[in-house]
Design a protein. Structure first.
Length: 605
Protein backbone atom coordinates (compact mmCIF):
# COMPACT_ATOMS: atom_id res chain seq x y z
CA UNK A 1 0.00 0.00 0.00
CA UNK A 2 1.12 3.54 -0.68
CA UNK A 3 1.99 5.67 2.30
CA UNK A 4 -0.57 8.24 3.37
CA UNK A 5 -0.28 11.71 1.91
CA UNK A 6 0.70 14.63 4.14
CA UNK A 7 -2.88 15.91 4.24
CA UNK A 8 -4.42 12.55 5.12
CA UNK A 9 -1.69 11.90 7.70
CA UNK A 10 -2.46 15.25 9.31
CA UNK A 11 -6.20 14.52 9.45
CA UNK A 12 -5.61 11.08 11.00
CA UNK A 13 -3.20 12.49 13.57
CA UNK A 14 -5.25 15.53 14.59
CA UNK A 15 -8.52 13.58 14.78
CA UNK A 16 -6.97 11.21 17.33
CA UNK A 17 -5.14 13.83 19.42
CA UNK A 18 -7.41 16.85 19.25
CA UNK A 19 -10.73 15.20 18.31
CA UNK A 20 -12.95 17.82 16.63
CA UNK A 21 -10.85 20.72 17.92
CA UNK A 22 -8.09 22.14 15.80
CA UNK A 23 -4.38 21.89 16.55
CA UNK A 24 -3.22 24.67 18.93
CA UNK A 25 -0.88 27.12 17.25
CA UNK A 26 2.03 26.33 19.59
CA UNK A 27 1.89 22.63 18.57
CA UNK A 28 1.55 23.06 14.80
CA UNK A 29 5.27 22.89 14.02
CA UNK A 30 6.09 20.00 16.36
CA UNK A 31 3.09 18.11 14.97
CA UNK A 32 4.41 18.53 11.43
CA UNK A 33 7.87 17.36 12.48
CA UNK A 34 6.44 14.28 14.21
CA UNK A 35 4.34 13.43 11.13
CA UNK A 36 7.43 13.65 8.91
CA UNK A 37 9.12 11.03 11.07
CA UNK A 38 6.03 8.80 10.87
CA UNK A 39 6.50 8.68 7.11
CA UNK A 40 2.82 8.28 6.24
CA UNK A 41 2.57 4.89 7.94
CA UNK A 42 -0.86 4.61 9.66
CA UNK A 43 0.31 2.40 12.54
CA UNK A 44 3.08 4.85 13.42
CA UNK A 45 0.71 7.83 13.24
CA UNK A 46 -1.99 6.18 15.35
CA UNK A 47 0.55 4.91 17.92
CA UNK A 48 2.16 8.32 18.43
CA UNK A 49 -1.20 10.11 18.39
CA UNK A 50 -2.69 7.74 20.96
CA UNK A 51 0.33 8.20 23.19
CA UNK A 52 0.03 11.99 22.99
CA UNK A 53 -3.74 11.91 23.61
CA UNK A 54 -3.32 9.65 26.67
CA UNK A 55 -6.81 9.51 28.19
CA UNK A 56 -7.77 12.99 27.01
CA UNK A 57 -4.89 14.50 29.03
CA UNK A 58 -2.71 16.03 26.35
CA UNK A 59 1.00 16.18 27.08
CA UNK A 60 2.83 19.48 27.40
CA UNK A 61 4.73 21.17 24.56
CA UNK A 62 8.08 20.15 26.11
CA UNK A 63 6.91 16.52 26.27
CA UNK A 64 6.01 16.69 22.58
CA UNK A 65 9.53 17.85 21.68
CA UNK A 66 11.08 15.23 23.95
CA UNK A 67 9.13 12.57 22.06
CA UNK A 68 10.12 14.08 18.70
CA UNK A 69 13.82 14.00 19.58
CA UNK A 70 13.58 10.45 20.94
CA UNK A 71 12.19 8.99 17.72
CA UNK A 72 15.55 9.43 15.98
CA UNK A 73 15.72 9.52 12.20
CA UNK A 74 12.16 8.32 11.91
CA UNK A 75 10.65 6.39 9.03
CA UNK A 76 11.25 8.89 6.26
CA UNK A 77 14.95 8.25 5.76
CA UNK A 78 15.10 4.55 6.56
CA UNK A 79 11.98 2.39 6.40
CA UNK A 80 13.41 -0.09 8.90
CA UNK A 81 11.47 -2.31 11.24
CA UNK A 82 13.72 -1.20 14.07
CA UNK A 83 12.54 2.39 13.76
CA UNK A 84 8.90 1.27 13.75
CA UNK A 85 9.49 -0.90 16.80
CA UNK A 86 11.10 2.06 18.51
CA UNK A 87 7.94 4.09 17.97
CA UNK A 88 5.80 1.25 19.32
CA UNK A 89 8.07 0.91 22.33
CA UNK A 90 7.25 4.49 23.33
CA UNK A 91 3.59 3.49 23.49
CA UNK A 92 4.42 0.37 25.51
CA UNK A 93 6.60 2.15 28.07
CA UNK A 94 3.96 4.87 28.42
CA UNK A 95 1.45 2.26 29.69
CA UNK A 96 0.71 2.25 33.44
CA UNK A 97 2.20 -0.68 35.33
CA UNK A 98 -1.09 -2.58 35.55
CA UNK A 99 -1.57 -2.55 31.76
CA UNK A 100 1.88 -3.76 30.69
CA UNK A 101 1.36 -7.41 31.77
CA UNK A 102 -2.17 -7.38 30.31
CA UNK A 103 -0.76 -6.37 26.92
CA UNK A 104 2.13 -8.86 27.10
CA UNK A 105 -0.41 -11.56 27.88
CA UNK A 106 -1.83 -11.17 24.36
CA UNK A 107 1.37 -12.74 23.00
CA UNK A 108 -0.17 -16.07 24.04
CA UNK A 109 -2.56 -15.93 21.08
CA UNK A 110 -1.50 -16.77 17.49
CA UNK A 111 -1.18 -14.18 14.76
CA UNK A 112 -4.58 -12.92 13.47
CA UNK A 113 -6.36 -14.83 16.24
CA UNK A 114 -9.76 -13.36 17.14
CA UNK A 115 -9.56 -12.77 20.88
CA UNK A 116 -12.97 -12.54 22.54
CA UNK A 117 -13.28 -9.80 25.13
CA UNK A 118 -15.02 -11.78 27.89
CA UNK A 119 -12.70 -14.77 27.61
CA UNK A 120 -9.65 -12.52 27.75
CA UNK A 121 -10.88 -10.68 30.84
CA UNK A 122 -11.66 -13.92 32.69
CA UNK A 123 -8.19 -15.20 31.80
CA UNK A 124 -6.59 -12.00 33.08
CA UNK A 125 -8.49 -12.44 36.34
CA UNK A 126 -7.44 -16.09 36.65
CA UNK A 127 -3.80 -15.15 36.06
CA UNK A 128 -3.93 -12.52 38.80
CA UNK A 129 -3.36 -9.66 36.35
CA UNK A 130 -6.58 -7.99 37.49
CA UNK A 131 -6.55 -7.50 41.23
CA UNK A 132 -8.01 -5.15 43.81
CA UNK A 133 -7.66 -4.93 47.59
CA UNK A 134 -11.20 -3.63 47.88
CA UNK A 135 -13.69 -6.46 48.25
CA UNK A 136 -16.54 -4.44 46.78
CA UNK A 137 -14.63 -3.93 43.52
CA UNK A 138 -15.89 -6.04 40.63
CA UNK A 139 -12.86 -7.74 39.08
CA UNK A 140 -14.68 -8.12 35.79
CA UNK A 141 -15.53 -4.40 35.61
CA UNK A 142 -11.91 -3.58 36.44
CA UNK A 143 -10.67 -5.93 33.71
CA UNK A 144 -13.21 -4.42 31.34
CA UNK A 145 -11.73 -0.96 31.99
CA UNK A 146 -8.25 -2.38 31.23
CA UNK A 147 -9.50 -3.71 27.89
CA UNK A 148 -11.09 -0.37 26.99
CA UNK A 149 -7.90 1.48 27.85
CA UNK A 150 -5.82 -0.74 25.56
CA UNK A 151 -8.32 -0.09 22.76
CA UNK A 152 -8.28 3.66 23.40
CA UNK A 153 -4.49 3.67 23.32
CA UNK A 154 -4.62 1.82 19.96
CA UNK A 155 -2.51 -1.04 21.35
CA UNK A 156 -5.17 -3.54 20.24
CA UNK A 157 -7.59 -3.43 17.32
CA UNK A 158 -11.31 -3.75 18.17
CA UNK A 159 -13.36 -6.39 16.31
CA UNK A 160 -16.87 -7.87 16.55
CA UNK A 161 -18.65 -4.59 17.25
CA UNK A 162 -22.27 -5.39 18.10
CA UNK A 163 -25.52 -3.50 17.44
CA UNK A 164 -24.97 -1.35 20.52
CA UNK A 165 -21.47 -0.33 19.45
CA UNK A 166 -19.82 -2.52 22.08
CA UNK A 167 -16.47 -4.09 21.23
CA UNK A 168 -16.75 -7.85 21.81
CA UNK A 169 -13.29 -8.86 20.66
CA UNK A 170 -9.91 -7.71 19.47
CA UNK A 171 -6.92 -8.54 17.31
CA UNK A 172 -3.30 -7.53 17.66
CA UNK A 173 -1.54 -5.81 14.78
CA UNK A 174 1.27 -7.97 13.37
CA UNK A 175 3.99 -5.49 14.31
CA UNK A 176 2.57 -4.98 17.81
CA UNK A 177 2.36 -8.76 18.24
CA UNK A 178 5.97 -9.15 17.11
CA UNK A 179 7.02 -6.55 19.67
CA UNK A 180 5.12 -7.99 22.63
CA UNK A 181 6.24 -11.53 21.76
CA UNK A 182 9.83 -10.31 21.87
CA UNK A 183 9.29 -8.51 25.20
CA UNK A 184 7.39 -11.47 26.69
CA UNK A 185 10.25 -13.78 25.75
CA UNK A 186 12.91 -11.46 27.17
CA UNK A 187 11.07 -11.21 30.48
CA UNK A 188 10.19 -14.94 30.51
CA UNK A 189 6.56 -13.86 30.71
CA UNK A 190 5.37 -16.25 27.99
CA UNK A 191 7.10 -19.08 26.14
CA UNK A 192 5.74 -19.35 22.59
CA UNK A 193 6.10 -22.43 20.40
CA UNK A 194 4.74 -21.59 16.97
CA UNK A 195 7.13 -23.13 14.46
CA UNK A 196 9.22 -19.97 14.14
CA UNK A 197 9.81 -19.43 17.86
CA UNK A 198 9.73 -23.16 18.67
CA UNK A 199 12.56 -22.88 21.09
CA UNK A 200 12.48 -23.58 24.79
CA UNK A 201 14.48 -21.29 27.10
CA UNK A 202 17.70 -22.63 28.57
CA UNK A 203 17.42 -25.33 31.18
CA UNK A 204 17.99 -22.96 34.10
CA UNK A 205 14.84 -20.93 33.33
CA UNK A 206 11.46 -22.22 34.46
CA UNK A 207 8.59 -22.05 31.99
CA UNK A 208 5.82 -19.87 33.48
CA UNK A 209 3.27 -19.64 30.68
CA UNK A 210 3.35 -21.83 27.60
CA UNK A 211 1.54 -21.18 24.31
CA UNK A 212 1.66 -24.06 21.82
CA UNK A 213 0.66 -22.94 18.34
CA UNK A 214 2.31 -25.61 16.19
CA UNK A 215 2.10 -29.40 16.38
CA UNK A 216 5.69 -29.91 15.18
CA UNK A 217 7.39 -29.24 18.47
CA UNK A 218 9.52 -31.06 20.96
CA UNK A 219 8.34 -30.31 24.48
CA UNK A 220 10.39 -31.36 27.48
CA UNK A 221 7.65 -32.18 29.96
CA UNK A 222 10.11 -32.67 32.79
CA UNK A 223 11.02 -28.97 32.64
CA UNK A 224 7.44 -27.79 33.02
CA UNK A 225 6.45 -29.09 36.44
CA UNK A 226 6.12 -25.50 37.62
CA UNK A 227 4.16 -24.21 34.62
CA UNK A 228 1.24 -21.99 35.66
CA UNK A 229 -0.56 -21.47 32.35
CA UNK A 230 -1.00 -23.69 29.30
CA UNK A 231 -2.76 -22.63 26.09
CA UNK A 232 -2.94 -25.08 23.19
CA UNK A 233 -4.02 -23.93 19.74
CA UNK A 234 -3.30 -27.18 17.88
CA UNK A 235 -4.99 -30.54 18.42
CA UNK A 236 -2.11 -32.92 17.86
CA UNK A 237 -0.01 -32.39 20.97
CA UNK A 238 -2.49 -33.05 23.78
CA UNK A 239 -2.15 -36.62 25.01
CA UNK A 240 0.70 -37.37 22.60
CA UNK A 241 3.45 -34.94 23.53
CA UNK A 242 2.02 -33.32 26.66
CA UNK A 243 1.31 -35.05 29.94
CA UNK A 244 -0.92 -32.36 31.46
CA UNK A 245 -1.60 -34.45 34.56
CA UNK A 246 1.98 -33.75 35.70
CA UNK A 247 1.45 -29.96 35.76
CA UNK A 248 0.39 -29.86 39.39
CA UNK A 249 0.48 -26.06 39.89
CA UNK A 250 -1.41 -25.18 36.71
CA UNK A 251 -3.70 -22.16 37.13
CA UNK A 252 -4.95 -21.75 33.55
CA UNK A 253 -5.69 -24.58 31.11
CA UNK A 254 -7.18 -23.58 27.76
CA UNK A 255 -7.77 -26.34 25.19
CA UNK A 256 -10.37 -24.44 23.14
CA UNK A 257 -10.87 -25.89 19.67
CA UNK A 258 -8.72 -29.00 20.24
CA UNK A 259 -10.98 -31.47 18.45
CA UNK A 260 -9.05 -34.58 19.47
CA UNK A 261 -9.43 -33.91 23.19
CA UNK A 262 -12.08 -36.21 24.64
CA UNK A 263 -10.75 -37.25 28.05
CA UNK A 264 -9.86 -34.75 30.79
CA UNK A 265 -10.08 -37.07 33.79
CA UNK A 266 -6.85 -35.60 35.12
CA UNK A 267 -8.28 -32.11 35.76
CA UNK A 268 -9.64 -33.22 39.13
CA UNK A 269 -6.04 -33.36 40.39
CA UNK A 270 -5.07 -29.86 39.21
CA UNK A 271 -6.01 -28.30 42.53
CA UNK A 272 -4.70 -24.81 41.73
CA UNK A 273 -6.74 -24.47 38.53
CA UNK A 274 -8.57 -21.16 38.16
CA UNK A 275 -9.52 -21.29 34.48
CA UNK A 276 -10.62 -24.37 32.52
CA UNK A 277 -11.48 -23.80 28.85
CA UNK A 278 -12.86 -26.81 26.96
CA UNK A 279 -14.88 -24.91 24.36
CA UNK A 280 -15.10 -26.81 21.08
CA UNK A 281 -13.52 -30.02 22.36
CA UNK A 282 -15.05 -33.51 22.23
CA UNK A 283 -15.06 -34.00 25.97
CA UNK A 284 -18.06 -36.09 27.08
CA UNK A 285 -17.60 -36.22 30.85
CA UNK A 286 -16.09 -34.26 33.69
CA UNK A 287 -14.61 -36.28 36.57
CA UNK A 288 -16.39 -36.23 39.92
CA UNK A 289 -13.13 -34.92 41.39
CA UNK A 290 -13.72 -31.55 39.72
CA UNK A 291 -15.40 -30.54 42.97
CA UNK A 292 -11.92 -30.40 44.52
CA UNK A 293 -10.97 -27.37 42.41
CA UNK A 294 -11.81 -24.85 45.11
CA UNK A 295 -9.97 -22.00 43.32
CA UNK A 296 -11.74 -22.45 39.97
CA UNK A 297 -13.18 -19.14 38.70
CA UNK A 298 -14.14 -19.91 35.08
CA UNK A 299 -15.51 -23.12 33.58
CA UNK A 300 -16.11 -22.96 29.82
CA UNK A 301 -17.99 -26.01 28.49
CA UNK A 302 -19.50 -24.42 25.39
CA UNK A 303 -19.92 -26.70 22.35
CA UNK A 304 -18.65 -29.81 24.09
CA UNK A 305 -20.33 -33.23 24.26
CA UNK A 306 -21.02 -32.97 27.98
CA UNK A 307 -24.71 -33.62 28.62
CA UNK A 308 -24.71 -34.11 32.39
CA UNK A 309 -22.57 -32.23 34.90
CA UNK A 310 -21.36 -34.17 37.94
CA UNK A 311 -23.06 -33.34 41.21
CA UNK A 312 -19.73 -32.15 42.66
CA UNK A 313 -19.83 -29.05 40.42
CA UNK A 314 -21.94 -27.29 43.07
CA UNK A 315 -18.94 -27.47 45.42
CA UNK A 316 -17.10 -24.86 43.32
CA UNK A 317 -17.91 -22.02 45.71
CA UNK A 318 -15.58 -19.49 44.02
CA UNK A 319 -16.84 -20.11 40.49
CA UNK A 320 -17.68 -16.77 38.85
CA UNK A 321 -18.32 -17.70 35.22
CA UNK A 322 -20.03 -20.83 33.83
CA UNK A 323 -20.68 -21.51 30.13
CA UNK A 324 -22.72 -24.62 29.26
CA UNK A 325 -24.78 -25.85 26.31
CA UNK A 326 -28.56 -25.51 26.47
CA UNK A 327 -28.97 -29.31 26.54
CA UNK A 328 -26.54 -29.80 29.44
CA UNK A 329 -28.27 -31.19 32.52
CA UNK A 330 -27.40 -29.25 35.67
CA UNK A 331 -27.24 -30.96 39.06
CA UNK A 332 -29.43 -29.93 41.96
CA UNK A 333 -27.95 -27.50 44.45
CA UNK A 334 -26.98 -24.85 41.91
CA UNK A 335 -27.80 -22.22 44.54
CA UNK A 336 -24.58 -23.13 46.33
CA UNK A 337 -22.58 -21.41 43.56
CA UNK A 338 -22.94 -18.13 45.44
CA UNK A 339 -20.05 -16.37 43.64
CA UNK A 340 -21.47 -16.92 40.16
CA UNK A 341 -21.66 -13.73 38.06
CA UNK A 342 -22.19 -15.17 34.56
CA UNK A 343 -24.39 -18.16 33.69
CA UNK A 344 -24.80 -18.74 29.97
CA UNK A 345 -27.11 -21.08 28.02
CA UNK A 346 -28.85 -22.70 30.97
CA UNK A 347 -31.55 -25.05 29.68
CA UNK A 348 -34.66 -25.23 31.86
CA UNK A 349 -36.32 -28.27 30.27
CA UNK A 350 -36.96 -31.03 32.75
CA UNK A 351 -36.04 -28.78 35.69
CA UNK A 352 -38.18 -29.11 38.81
CA UNK A 353 -39.59 -26.53 41.23
CA UNK A 354 -36.66 -26.84 43.63
CA UNK A 355 -34.19 -26.03 40.86
CA UNK A 356 -36.16 -22.89 39.94
CA UNK A 357 -36.04 -21.73 43.53
CA UNK A 358 -32.29 -22.43 43.72
CA UNK A 359 -31.72 -19.95 40.88
CA UNK A 360 -32.85 -17.17 43.17
CA UNK A 361 -29.89 -17.83 45.47
CA UNK A 362 -27.46 -16.66 42.77
CA UNK A 363 -27.72 -13.06 43.92
CA UNK A 364 -24.40 -11.97 42.36
CA UNK A 365 -25.44 -12.85 38.81
CA UNK A 366 -24.88 -10.05 36.31
CA UNK A 367 -25.49 -12.04 33.11
CA UNK A 368 -28.11 -14.78 32.74
CA UNK A 369 -29.09 -16.57 29.53
CA UNK A 370 -31.91 -19.12 29.70
CA UNK A 371 -33.36 -21.60 27.22
CA UNK A 372 -37.00 -22.41 27.94
CA UNK A 373 -37.83 -24.82 25.13
CA UNK A 374 -40.40 -27.40 26.29
CA UNK A 375 -40.76 -25.34 29.44
CA UNK A 376 -43.38 -26.38 31.98
CA UNK A 377 -45.59 -23.32 32.47
CA UNK A 378 -46.38 -24.42 36.01
CA UNK A 379 -42.86 -23.33 36.92
CA UNK A 380 -43.24 -19.81 35.50
CA UNK A 381 -44.07 -18.23 38.86
CA UNK A 382 -41.06 -19.83 40.54
CA UNK A 383 -38.82 -18.56 37.76
CA UNK A 384 -40.17 -15.03 38.15
CA UNK A 385 -39.60 -15.06 41.91
CA UNK A 386 -36.03 -16.27 41.41
CA UNK A 387 -35.29 -13.52 38.88
CA UNK A 388 -36.70 -11.02 41.38
CA UNK A 389 -34.00 -12.02 43.87
CA UNK A 390 -31.16 -11.43 41.40
CA UNK A 391 -30.97 -7.71 42.09
CA UNK A 392 -27.56 -7.18 40.38
CA UNK A 393 -28.77 -8.53 37.03
CA UNK A 394 -27.60 -6.45 34.06
CA UNK A 395 -28.33 -8.79 31.15
CA UNK A 396 -31.23 -11.25 30.78
CA UNK A 397 -31.79 -13.39 27.69
CA UNK A 398 -34.71 -15.83 27.60
CA UNK A 399 -35.26 -18.05 24.56
CA UNK A 400 -38.43 -20.07 23.90
CA UNK A 401 -39.45 -21.97 20.77
CA UNK A 402 -43.18 -22.43 21.39
CA UNK A 403 -45.87 -20.97 23.58
CA UNK A 404 -47.11 -17.79 25.19
CA UNK A 405 -45.56 -17.17 28.59
CA UNK A 406 -46.23 -13.87 30.32
CA UNK A 407 -43.23 -14.01 32.59
CA UNK A 408 -42.25 -11.82 34.27
CA UNK A 409 -45.78 -10.73 35.06
CA UNK A 410 -47.22 -7.22 35.03
CA UNK A 411 -46.32 -6.54 38.67
CA UNK A 412 -42.63 -7.44 38.23
CA UNK A 413 -40.10 -4.82 39.34
CA UNK A 414 -36.97 -5.24 37.16
CA UNK A 415 -33.47 -4.59 38.53
CA UNK A 416 -32.78 -0.86 37.98
CA UNK A 417 -29.35 -1.55 36.44
CA UNK A 418 -30.75 -3.87 33.74
CA UNK A 419 -29.11 -2.96 30.43
CA UNK A 420 -29.99 -5.85 28.12
CA UNK A 421 -33.35 -7.62 27.87
CA UNK A 422 -34.10 -10.29 25.25
CA UNK A 423 -37.27 -12.35 25.08
CA UNK A 424 -36.71 -14.22 21.85
CA UNK A 425 -39.23 -16.67 20.41
CA UNK A 426 -40.43 -18.08 17.12
CA UNK A 427 -43.98 -17.68 18.33
CA UNK A 428 -44.62 -15.30 21.20
CA UNK A 429 -43.57 -14.45 24.70
CA UNK A 430 -45.96 -11.71 25.79
CA UNK A 431 -49.57 -10.91 24.97
CA UNK A 432 -48.93 -7.16 25.20
CA UNK A 433 -46.04 -4.89 26.10
CA UNK A 434 -45.49 -5.34 29.88
CA UNK A 435 -46.17 -2.25 31.94
CA UNK A 436 -42.78 -2.53 33.67
CA UNK A 437 -41.05 -1.67 30.40
CA UNK A 438 -41.00 2.07 30.95
CA UNK A 439 -38.40 4.84 31.51
CA UNK A 440 -38.76 4.93 35.31
CA UNK A 441 -38.29 1.17 35.77
CA UNK A 442 -35.54 0.71 33.16
CA UNK A 443 -33.53 3.94 32.98
CA UNK A 444 -30.35 2.17 31.77
CA UNK A 445 -31.90 -0.28 29.28
CA UNK A 446 -29.91 -0.06 26.05
CA UNK A 447 -30.89 -3.33 24.29
CA UNK A 448 -34.42 -4.70 23.96
CA UNK A 449 -35.73 -7.55 21.83
CA UNK A 450 -39.29 -8.75 22.33
CA UNK A 451 -42.16 -10.51 20.51
CA UNK A 452 -45.77 -9.49 21.17
CA UNK A 453 -49.23 -10.70 20.17
CA UNK A 454 -50.63 -7.17 20.24
CA UNK A 455 -48.66 -4.10 19.25
CA UNK A 456 -50.21 -0.67 19.73
CA UNK A 457 -49.06 2.75 18.59
CA UNK A 458 -48.68 3.86 22.19
CA UNK A 459 -46.34 0.91 22.79
CA UNK A 460 -43.95 2.14 20.11
CA UNK A 461 -44.13 5.65 21.52
CA UNK A 462 -43.43 4.37 25.04
CA UNK A 463 -40.39 2.45 23.81
CA UNK A 464 -39.26 5.59 22.03
CA UNK A 465 -38.87 7.51 25.28
CA UNK A 466 -36.59 4.96 26.96
CA UNK A 467 -33.63 7.29 27.57
CA UNK A 468 -30.73 4.88 26.99
CA UNK A 469 -32.18 2.57 24.32
CA UNK A 470 -29.64 1.90 21.54
CA UNK A 471 -31.08 -1.28 19.97
CA UNK A 472 -34.76 -2.12 19.57
CA UNK A 473 -36.09 -5.30 18.00
CA UNK A 474 -39.86 -5.74 18.24
CA UNK A 475 -41.84 -8.45 16.45
CA UNK A 476 -45.57 -8.97 15.97
CA UNK A 477 -46.82 -12.55 16.23
CA UNK A 478 -50.10 -13.61 14.64
CA UNK A 479 -51.71 -16.78 15.97
CA UNK A 480 -53.57 -17.13 12.68
CA UNK A 481 -50.23 -17.49 10.85
CA UNK A 482 -51.52 -14.97 8.33
CA UNK A 483 -50.20 -11.53 7.56
CA UNK A 484 -52.16 -8.97 9.48
CA UNK A 485 -51.97 -5.34 8.57
CA UNK A 486 -51.41 -2.91 11.39
CA UNK A 487 -51.59 0.82 11.08
CA UNK A 488 -48.30 2.65 11.22
CA UNK A 489 -47.74 4.15 14.67
CA UNK A 490 -48.71 7.81 14.83
CA UNK A 491 -45.66 9.21 16.53
CA UNK A 492 -46.02 12.83 17.50
CA UNK A 493 -43.05 13.57 19.74
CA UNK A 494 -39.78 14.78 18.28
CA UNK A 495 -37.70 13.39 21.17
CA UNK A 496 -38.36 9.72 20.43
CA UNK A 497 -35.47 7.23 20.28
CA UNK A 498 -32.80 9.79 21.25
CA UNK A 499 -29.96 7.22 21.45
CA UNK A 500 -31.20 4.48 19.09
CA UNK A 501 -28.79 3.38 16.36
CA UNK A 502 -30.59 0.17 15.26
CA UNK A 503 -34.36 -0.43 15.04
CA UNK A 504 -36.00 -3.59 13.74
CA UNK A 505 -39.78 -3.77 13.28
CA UNK A 506 -41.03 -7.21 12.18
CA UNK A 507 -44.65 -7.58 11.09
CA UNK A 508 -45.46 -4.04 12.18
CA UNK A 509 -46.50 -1.17 9.96
CA UNK A 510 -43.47 0.84 11.02
CA UNK A 511 -41.77 2.60 8.13
CA UNK A 512 -39.15 5.38 7.93
CA UNK A 513 -41.70 8.15 7.39
CA UNK A 514 -43.38 7.44 10.75
CA UNK A 515 -40.52 9.19 12.55
CA UNK A 516 -41.32 12.87 13.09
CA UNK A 517 -38.72 15.50 12.38
CA UNK A 518 -36.17 15.45 15.21
CA UNK A 519 -36.78 11.83 16.23
CA UNK A 520 -34.10 9.13 16.06
CA UNK A 521 -31.23 11.52 15.30
CA UNK A 522 -28.62 8.73 15.65
CA UNK A 523 -30.47 5.94 13.84
CA UNK A 524 -28.07 4.20 11.43
CA UNK A 525 -29.84 0.96 10.53
CA UNK A 526 -33.58 0.54 10.09
CA UNK A 527 -35.10 -2.86 9.32
CA UNK A 528 -38.81 -3.34 8.71
CA UNK A 529 -40.66 -6.44 7.55
CA UNK A 530 -44.30 -6.80 6.57
CA UNK A 531 -46.59 -8.55 4.12
CA UNK A 532 -45.67 -8.07 0.48
CA UNK A 533 -49.27 -7.01 -0.18
CA UNK A 534 -48.71 -3.79 1.76
CA UNK A 535 -46.27 -2.53 -0.86
CA UNK A 536 -49.24 -1.94 -3.19
CA UNK A 537 -50.82 0.68 -0.96
CA UNK A 538 -50.86 4.06 -2.61
CA UNK A 539 -50.54 5.87 0.73
CA UNK A 540 -47.51 3.91 1.93
CA UNK A 541 -44.71 6.41 2.28
CA UNK A 542 -41.23 4.94 2.72
CA UNK A 543 -39.43 8.28 2.72
CA UNK A 544 -36.36 8.65 4.94
CA UNK A 545 -36.02 12.41 4.87
CA UNK A 546 -36.43 12.74 8.65
CA UNK A 547 -33.57 10.37 9.55
CA UNK A 548 -30.33 12.33 9.16
CA UNK A 549 -27.91 9.57 10.30
CA UNK A 550 -29.47 6.65 8.42
CA UNK A 551 -26.84 4.58 6.60
CA UNK A 552 -28.61 1.33 5.87
CA UNK A 553 -32.19 0.23 5.42
CA UNK A 554 -33.36 -3.36 5.10
CA UNK A 555 -36.86 -4.47 4.14
CA UNK A 556 -38.27 -7.94 3.62
CA UNK A 557 -41.66 -9.42 3.02
CA UNK A 558 -43.53 -11.89 5.24
CA UNK A 559 -44.01 -14.80 5.50
CA UNK A 560 -41.51 -15.63 2.71
CA UNK A 561 -37.95 -14.85 3.77
CA UNK A 562 -35.37 -15.33 1.05
CA UNK A 563 -32.18 -13.46 0.40
CA UNK A 564 -32.48 -11.15 -2.57
CA UNK A 565 -29.49 -9.35 -4.00
CA UNK A 566 -29.26 -5.64 -3.36
CA UNK A 567 -31.21 -3.86 -6.11
CA UNK A 568 -30.14 -0.77 -7.97
CA UNK A 569 -33.28 1.15 -8.85
CA UNK A 570 -33.75 4.50 -10.52
CA UNK A 571 -36.58 6.80 -9.53
CA UNK A 572 -36.99 7.66 -13.23
CA UNK A 573 -37.89 4.06 -14.10
CA UNK A 574 -40.25 3.46 -11.17
CA UNK A 575 -43.83 4.71 -11.30
CA UNK A 576 -45.22 3.28 -8.05
CA UNK A 577 -45.78 6.29 -5.72
CA UNK A 578 -44.46 4.71 -2.52
CA UNK A 579 -41.31 3.53 -4.28
CA UNK A 580 -40.76 6.95 -5.82
CA UNK A 581 -40.83 8.54 -2.37
CA UNK A 582 -38.39 5.93 -1.14
CA UNK A 583 -35.95 6.33 -4.00
CA UNK A 584 -36.16 10.10 -3.95
CA UNK A 585 -34.85 10.14 -0.39
CA UNK A 586 -32.16 7.47 -0.75
CA UNK A 587 -29.13 9.62 -1.68
CA UNK A 588 -26.19 7.61 -0.30
CA UNK A 589 -28.28 5.28 1.86
CA UNK A 590 -27.89 1.55 1.17
CA UNK A 591 -31.18 -0.27 0.62
CA UNK A 592 -31.47 -4.05 0.82
CA UNK A 593 -34.67 -5.93 0.09
CA UNK A 594 -34.88 -9.36 1.67
CA UNK A 595 -37.77 -11.64 0.85
CA UNK A 596 -39.78 -11.75 -2.33
CA UNK A 597 -37.99 -9.82 -5.09
CA UNK A 598 -39.60 -6.43 -5.15
CA UNK A 599 -40.47 -6.46 -8.86
CA UNK A 600 -42.23 -9.80 -8.34
CA UNK A 601 -44.33 -8.36 -5.53
CA UNK A 602 -45.37 -5.48 -7.78
CA UNK A 603 -46.34 -7.84 -10.60
CA UNK A 604 -48.78 -9.55 -8.24
CA UNK A 605 -50.57 -6.25 -7.77
Amino acid sequence: MKHLSDDVSRVLFCKRVFYKKGCPQELVQVSEDILKKCGGIPLAIISIASLLANNNQRKTKDQWYTLLNSIGRGLTEDQSLEEMKKILLFSYYDLPSYLKPCLLYLSIFPEDHKIMRDILIWRWISEGLVYSDKQETSLYELGDSYFNELVNRSMIQPTSIDDEGNVNGCRVHDMVLDLICSLASEENFVTILDGTRSKMPNSEIKVRRLSIQNSKIDVETTRMKHIGSLSVFTSDVVGKVLDISSFQVLRVLDLEGCKNVSDVGYVGNLLHLRYLGLNGTRVKDLPMEIGKLQFLLTLDLWETRIRVLPSSVVQLRRLMCLYVDDDTKMPSGIGKLASLEVLMNLGLSDMDLDFMKELGHLTKLRVLKLDCDDFDESLVKALEESINNIYKLESLDVYVIHGLINCPSEDWVPPPQLRRLVFWSIESWFETLPSWINPSSLPLLSYLQITLVKVRSEDIELLGILPALVFLGISYYSRSKEAHEMEAPDLSSDVLFPCATVCRFIGIGAVPSMFPLGAAPRLKHLLFAFSAEWISHENLDLGMRHLPSLQRQTAFSLPLIFLCSAMRLSSHSVHHPCLKSLLASINSTTIKFVGRPLHFALMNH
